[in-house]
Design a protein around this ligand. Sequence first.
Ligand code: NCC
Length: 280
Amino acid sequence: KFFKSRDELQREVEERVALRTVRAGDGPFSGDDWDAFLPKKDLRELLGPMKRCAVVMSSGSMRDSSLGSQIDEHDAVIRFNAAPTKGFSADVGNKTTLRLINSQLMTVEAKFLSNPLYHTGVLIVWDPAPYSRDLYAWYKKPDFNFFPKYKEYRKAHPEQPFYILSPSVQWDLWDVIQENSETDIQPNPPSSGMLGITVMMSLCEEITIYEFLPSRRRSDLCYYFKGHINKQCTIGHYHPLTFEKMLIKRLNRGHNCDIHDFGKVSSKSRRIRGFRSESI
Ligand code: NCC
């Protein structure tokens, strides 16, 4: 299994990890309020097939990268959690098309509803739901109960598209990572960064991932926007981050020197042309 070619591995990710978001009427997500709050359009319909997309990690090694203008040239940019652009655009760009956040941030961040950082682009939230992918079990006991906050946010910002990622995405992806790793990985969901890569693989023809595989700027600095030092941010602790990164290394279509110089990995989607016809 470790001798799979890049194309075989990519096909596996693309075929096994479908981009699904919670739709009104899915299991317990029914009734008037969910009907009103959950987006009607699916994500691919909303954003249309996009050509070149950038995935910008929150890594400390983005600092002093001067990658901002290169990132902004992409048709779409995804960022994670509380990663800002304001004050850091020379390194990380200005454009935010999507922001993938975890349910912990939503429940813990006091200013989540009012902080303008979250008001740009399409929001997607995910929660470390049970491996069973059982929507009823998850609904009763989410890891962080973000459901009330989600509804509040939708009421306050009805125009902003805000999706909930289906738990099948994270666990289908986890299965692929585990099956393609030499050792047992931790039974926790993939990081937001890895989930965002998979989301963009489903939406875009080409993706460029910045500072997931760290460049020569690598240090123990956790984030480009904060001073704290913690090497686990880069190698992982709760999330199977090291194994995610090994998988992404195997999917890279770019040159190794682009990883070294810019922390840059590129991938082309094989399935995107015309989008697959089945529903997501
Ligand atoms: O740290 P976090 O992620 O917000 O980072 C987003 C994604 O960027 C990649 N990354 C980040 C730092 C770094 N040095 N190297 C990297 O490769 C990772 O892919 C990461 O997913 C998360 O995945 O949701 C995480 O969220 C934080 C935290 O909850 C949020 O920032 C909200 O404040 C978690 N930290 C803690 O819980 C303390 C982190 O473990 C994972």
